[in-house]
Design a protein around this ligand. Structure first.
Ligand code: CP3
Length: 343
């Protein structure tokens, strides 16, 4: 009954399913109104009714084939006892770990649920209110990306601070990755229990790692998370997004336990179709900038993306999240274009 789940499960579909990263966000006036009512971004994430409301807004407005839980990858750090703030116009600001022994102050991964309960509640509300053909994607940040925020205190180009930390203190860094991995397993199990149909893991800063580090600090912890969860829920599909990892995407395509590989906009589409698509269902990779331009420029690029990927089934999405300056009429045109494809 869902084209998105059918495609993931290898059934025949006559067009790519479509949803967009950050489909609920500031490019929508409905989102901005609800966010204003919530008072702040964090209040919105922790208010289950309002978080469910903004999750559904883009489904009703554009007719996407999947919904993504409204929350943020940094909530789990908040639950681990790291002070998280979202500063208007700047993005996330956290109280980073400054001394190695501060790792001991993190809350036990088993004890994160009280704080995260509103997120599980949002999932339950959504399961009751989403149309039956629109599955719900739950998500978490990958341990490496969470570690960069824990160590840098904010997003940092090249994640230099976290990279220096891991190279200078590999044993302590491993401990951090283990804590974050355990917490993420706990968190995702609860999202699935509450009703999430698919799980996506965002490794947004994986591209800052050198190739050998990608395997150790991005791929391995993600593999562990997926394996542990599939022991309990063997059928739950996983979308893995190691953003920016270039040719090491091919290592991710070899992992049988991953169901979908989300590809960023910097990868060569010809390479994707030759090296990745024969091995793995992909999702991506329109550059979000096209949603901010004239409609005819967007339509031409849609033709390029679909033309490159259409030899195999694929899930249509962006290479990264929608930006606040995306045009609503472009999002409408995009969904219309994809829904008219007949493969
Ligand atoms: O619609 C959806 O995709 C679901 C909700 C969602 C948000 N963040 C809402 C959000 C999801 C899946 C995320 C994931 C997330 N959060 C990631 C991974 C994906 C990616 O973009 O690489 C990361 C790195 C974060 C951390 C984060 N949260 C940053 C860096 C920022 C600031 C960037 C910005 O656009 O301002 C946020 C804030 C955030 N998360 C917003 C939204 C809608 C904007 C906040 C606002 O309304 O003011």
């Amino acid at each position: 009954m869902s084209i998105f789940l059918d495609c993931i499960n290898g059934k025949d579909v006559n067009r790519p399913p479509v949803w967009l990263m950050r489909q609920a966000g500031r490019y929508m006036k409905e989102y901005k109104e609800t966010r204003k009512r919530a008072g702040s971004f964090l209040n919105l994430c922790y208010n289950s009714e309002l978080a469910a409301e903004v999750t559904i807004q883009p489904i009703e407005k554009f007719g996407f084939d999947a919904a993504i839980l409204f929350a943020d990858i940094l909530l789990i750090l908040d639950a681990l006892g790291v002070k998280v703030d979202f500063v208007e116009g700047l993005g996330p600001r956290l109280e980073p770990i400054k001394k190695i022994d501060e790792i001991n102050n993190l809350i036990n991964p088993h004890d994160i649920h009280e704080k995260l309960n509103p997120v599980y509640n949002t999932v339950s509300i959504l399961k009751k209110s989403l149309p039956s053909d629109v599955p719900l994607i739950g998500f978490a940040g990958a341990p490496w990306t969470l570690a960069t925020y824990l160590i840098n205190g904010k997003g940092e180009p090249g994640s230099v601070t976290a990279k220096k930390f891991l190279l200078s203190n590999p044993i302590e860094f491993e401990r951090i990755i283990n804590i974050l991995t355990e917490a993420t397993i706990e968190y995702l199990l609860m999202q699935i229990k509450a009703g999430a149909d698919v799980i996506k893991i965002f490794d947004s800063w994986a591209g800052a790692l050198n190739a050998d580090m990608v395997l150790t600090y991005s791929l391995n912890p993600i593999k562990r998370i997926v394996s542990e969860i599939k022991k309990k829920y063997p059928k739950i599909p996983f979308i893995v997004f190691p953003r920016g990892v270039s040719t090491t995407y091919s290592y991710f395509s070899e992992i049988n336990k991953f169901d979908v590989l989300a590809v960023d906009q910097f990868l060569d589409r010809h390479w994707i179709s030759q090296k990745i698509q024969p091995k793995k269902l992909i999702q991506g990779n329109l550059d979000p900038i096209f949603l901010t331009l004239n409609k005819d420029i967007l339509l031409k690029e849609l033709e390029n993306v679909v033309g490159s990927f259409k030899k195999y089934p694929f899930i249509f999405n962006l290479g990264h999240g929608i930006t606040p300056d995306a045009k609503v009429e472009n999002v409408k045109a995009l969904v219309e274009y994809i829904k008219e494809i007949n493969m």
